[in-house]
Write a protein that binds this ligand. Structure first.
Ligand code: MEV
Length: 323
């Protein structure tokens, strides 16, 4: 049975600003989504009847990418990610489903992570009213640490370029990767789920509305971009303390963009007692925060006390793969 696994992601810096062409830095995490496909007498998803309108990513991949007209499929999904929570669950689902479909239609052929990343990005964009950066999909496809930016980023290796027409205009991104130094790889990320999801499309639209009403807020995007550049320098140099400080600063800017909430702020404050830095991660408005630490157990306990659900991972897991 063709099956594939794609990891989730955690954005260290640059969420929201990346939709406007600024850089973002994300790492693949240990948790992710496994998908397998099997020919069946009718279309099924996780044992129930498949409703294309309720699963826009999957329908986009079946109809628009593969233009599949073969027999119905039974699609089995097994996820260790919280959904609509900033962990890239829809990107991981798109990548894993795309890879499983590719294996089903092209048995024995090699997996092309760049092709998958582009395909999953178009699925995200079609599901998010044309507003989606390639951050989640590229990180899940390539694995490791991915830097997404409107232009080349010094100190990174360029992998591919991609573009998209959004309601706010055309966007172009360069997808780059950076090696994670051993000192950073020894640390842990503890991700804390706030208990409520928040669809990325809605949060991205909320930020777009805020900026159209208060154009000065665009300065906050610049602030996030500066913090992202500083954080990337710290990461590349193996400077954990600098990396943590940049995460703290990124959270402050995201609060000003009104994408944090009380629960996320409480979890971030609780985690900071045993962390090098902490921030919300992903679209915000619910979803998750993340802390960088050498003490994952203490941070997990602090997150639980603040009412969140913790999950620990190393930084920079392997990207999408056939199983
Ligand atoms: C979502 O994980 C991150 C955002 O920047 C949206 C995007 O990049 O498409 C909020």
């Amino acid at each position: 049975m063709p099956s594939a696994f794609a990891p989730g992601k955690c954005i260290l810096f640059g969420e929201h600003a990346v939709v406007f062409g600024h850089p973002a830095v994300a790492v693949a995490i240990d948790q992710g989504v496994r998908v397998s496909v099997e020919v069946s007498d009718k279309w099924k998803l996780e044992g129930s009847s498949f409703e294309p309108s309720r699963h826009p990513h999957i329908s986009h991949i079946i109809q628009n990418i593969f233009q599949y007209t073969g027999p119905p499929l039974d699609i089995d999904v097994d996820s260790s990610l919280f959904s609509a929570a900033g962990m890239g669950s829809s990107a991981a689902l798109s990548n894993a489903f795309g890879a499983a479909m590719y294996a089903y239609l092209n048995p024995g052929e090699k997996l092309d992570a760049v092709m998958l990343a582009k395909m999953a990005h178009s699925a995200e964009a079609s599901a998010q009213k044309g507003r989606a950066s390639p951050t989640d999909t590229a990180t899940s496809a390539l694995g490791g640490c991915v830097v997404v930016s409107g232009r080349a980023v010094p100190g990174t290796r360029h992998v591919f370029d991609t573009s998209l027409k959004t309601p706010e205009g055309s966007r172009k991104w360069a997808i780059n990767v950076v090696d994670i130094p051993p000192r950073i790889g020894d640390a842990w990320l503890v991700i804390g789920y706030s208990g409520t999801g928040s669809p990325t499309g809605r949060m991205v639209a909320k930020v777009a509305k805020l900026i159209s009403e208060v154009p000065d807020m665009m300065e906050e995007m610049e602030a996030i971009a500066n913090v992202t550049r500083a954080g990337l320098v710290a990461l590349s140099a193996g400077n954990l303390e600098g990396l943590g400080m940049a995460m703290d600063a990124c959270h402050d800017s995201l609060r000003k963009l009104k994408v944090s909430n009380n629960k996320l702020d409480r979890m971030v404050s609780a985690a900071r007692l045993h962390s090098l830095g902490a921030k919300l991660t992903g679209a915000g408005g619910g979803g998750c925060m993340v802390a960088l630490t050498h003490e994952p157990t203490m941070v997990s306990e602090a997150i639980e006390v603040a009412g969140g659900v913790p999950l620990s991972t190393r930084l920079g897991a392997e990207g999408v793969r056939f199983l």
